[in-house]
Each structure stands twice: as structure tokens, then as C-alpha cells.
Write a new protein. Structure first.
Length: 346
């Protein structure tokens, strides 16, 4: 049945007919009364069903292009966890049903503006850019694999415009260090609530002692895969393949895990990363501790591993970084450190 919308004092009828998820006919018109709009829409749908109106040329919607791109990534064995939420947002926030061939830079800009203010506290320019880079990849996949003549330049123009407006930007590397006093203050405040089920002190200290991604430590480690010296992490983040890792456990992390109730099976930390992150953020906010995220604990832990004298390959085996170059920023290496080390080796 047609969709009727009020437009000021008039009524707009929209007819949109789909087959197999694709729009095969679309038309709209505005009338003085709701009755006129509905009669026009009903007649148009009836004429289409009787063959009096021919279907439009086949279109490729954004949603269809995204699903093809997603299936293509899975077929190639790619890890899509890092892009799933973004792709879903591209589908669900106004672009999904649009014809990929007809979308212009202005349409993408409008979507990006709505996306930027979405979520609980808005989205950063870096997050907006990440979404648009995913959209550009969807365009490229459609052009190459589906042989659709889409114009990737429309995305590039939107990115350029949004960058000038400050709504789109490259991500900035965080170098926030976390002190033991900050951790202690946050945990004391949390413990003062009473009755909480989340052992925040143990978790925060473990995320520093074993600086893996939060989802790999929280609800990622299984007792059956832990032998007190190493833990086997299943399906860790990798852009090209499924990766299972044997991770050495630093002594400080072993000591923390030993305080947890041992089970024959199940997760070592049976909590959700989001609930732990929310608990820490709430305490930090109440204490006036600014610019602190759960991921910063990983940065702190990696920095401390370097400060203990571990080299890049050793730290990479613990942290899970594939690129050693990425770890260089954690070393906080100064010229005086090099001089001191040369003296020690002399």
C-alpha cells in the first residue's frame, strides 16, 4: 500500500514496489487531500500489478552493495568484526534504500552529519572518516565485482567537504599514560558502591599486566586454554585470516588470575567489555579524571613491558601486534636511554 505523508497543508503519496529486496518501481506525488493521495497511490499500485506500468530499470541499493561487499569479505576469509557496526549504520541511517548510482556527495554529507551526532555522546571526526572509508570500499567492490559504474569521487568529495568543516579527520594516536594512583582511586570509588558484581580492580590491573585487546581478556580467555604460563586465544583480530594465538602470561598477570575463582570450563573473566568500560568511565567521571578510556590500560601495559627491558618481538608476542612498527610509539625511547644501554653493554 502507498505511504502517505503530510507536507504542510498537503499530502504526499509515495509508491515503492520491491521484488527480492530490490526496488523495481518508485513514484510520488502531492495532493490537497489525504483521500486524493491514497486513491492515486492505490491506482498506481493496481496498474503496476496489472502490467500497465513497466518496472524501472534494475537498481543496486546501498544495502545490496553493502551485503555483497560483506559476503565478498567473508568469502575471502577476511575478519569483518571491525567493520560490521559501521556497515550496519550505513544501511540503517537513511542511505540503505537509495540507489547507489544516484547518490551524490551532498547525500553522503547529510548522512555523515546525522551519523556524527548519533550514539550516546556523538561520534568523533575519526569515526566519521572510518565510516566513509568503508563506504568507499563498498563502492570499489561494486564497481569491480558487480561491474556497476559508480562514481567513487562522490565519496571523495564528501570527505573533502566534511574535513573542511571539521566533521571528518584522521584518527589521532593516543599516548595517555595511566597511573597506579588513578587506578586505585577509580577502584576504591567503584568498591564503595557495594553489591557490584564486577571485580573492577582485578580487571583493570589484569588489562595492564596482560595488555591485549579488551575483548580478548574480558570474555575471551577460557580456563581450559590456560596453563598458568600461556593462554590460547581463539580467533584473534586479523584482517586476512582466522588467527589462534598462544600468548605468554607475564608473572603479574598470573598472580592476578590466581585470585579469580578457578572453574573447569568457562571464561576466566565472564563479563562484557562494555559493562567494564562503563563502570570505569562512571567512576572516572565522578572523580574528575579526564580523558581516560579502557583501551588506555593496554597502552599503559605495553609501555611498562618496554620499560622492563623487553624488546619489540617479545612485546608483540604478548600484545598481539602484527606490525612491529606500530609498537615503536610505545617505547617512549629517549637518546639518554640509548646511551645508558650502551654503557651497560660495554
Amino acid at each position: 500500500m502507498p505511504t502517505i505523508r503530510r507536507r504542510g497543508k498537503r499530502y504526499q503519496a509515495q509508491v515503492r514496489i520491491k521484488r527480492d529486496g530490490a526496488i523495481v518501481y518508485e513514484n510520488s506525488a502531492t495532493f490537497d487531500t489525504e483521500r486524493q493521495a491514497r486513491m492515486w497511490g492505490d491506482k498506481l499500485e493496481d496498474d503496476f500489478q496489472k502490467g500497465k506500468i513497466k518496472p524501472d530499470e534494475p537498481v543496486l541499493t546501498v544495502s545490496q552493495a553493502i551485503e555483497h561487499h560483506r559476503e565478498s569479505m567473508l568469502k575471502d576469509g577476511r575478519d569483518i568484526r571491525g567493520v560490521t557496526h559501521t556497515l550496519d549504520c550505513l544501511k540503517d541511517h537513511g542511505l540503505g534504500e537509495k540507489d547507489l548510482l544516484k547518490i551524490q556527495a551532498g547525500d553522503i554529507v547529510e548522512w555523515a552529519k546525522e551519523y556524527a551526532i548519533g550514539g550516546k555522546s556523538g561520534r568523533s571526526p575519526a569515526t566519521v572518516r572510518h565510516a566513509l572509508m568503508n563506504l568507499r570500499t563498498v563502492y570499489s567492490t561494486a564497481r569491480v565485482e558487480l561491474k556497476v559504474k559508480v562514481d567513487v569521487q562522490e565519496v571523495a568529495d564528501a570527505v573533502e567537504h566534511l574535513t573542511k568543516r571539521g566533521l571528518c579527520a584522521n584518527s589521532m594516536q593516543r599516548d595517555r599514560r595511566v597511573t597506579d594512583d588513578e587506578v586505585d582511586a577509580i577502584c576504591k570509588w567503584h568498591e564503595g558502591l557495594g553489591g557490584t558484581m564486577i571485580p573492577l580492580r582485578l580487571i583493570m590491573n589484569l588489562l595492564i599486566a596482560l595488555p591485549r585487546r579488551r575483548g580478548e581478556v574480558i570474555s575471551g580467555m577460557l580456563w581450559e586454554n590456560y596453563d598458568r604460563e600461556t593462554v590460547k586465544l581463539l580467533d584473534t583480530k586479523d584482517p586476512t585470516q582466522i588467527r589462534n594465538e598462544i600468548v605468554p602470561i607475564p608473572p603479574e598477570a598470573r598472580a592476578i588470575i590466581s585470585k579469580l575463582p578457578r572453574a573447569k570450563a568457562g571464561y576466566i573473566l565472564p563479563y562484557t567489555p562494555n559493562s567494564v568500560s562503563s563502570a570505569m568511565a562512571r567512576a572516572a567521571d565522578m572523580l574528575g579524571i579526564e580523558d581516560l578510556h579502557l583501551h588506555d590500560l593496554r597502552h599503559e601495559g605495553i609501555s611498562r613491558l618496554f620499560e622492563k627491558g623487553l624488546d619489540i618481538p617479545q612485546v608483540a608476542m604478548i600484545s598481539g601486534h602484527k606490525s612491529w612498527a606500530t609498537l615503536k610509539r610505545y617505547t617512549h625511547l629517549k637518546p639518554t636511554d640509548v646511551v645508558k644501554r650502551m654503557v651497560e653493554l660495554a
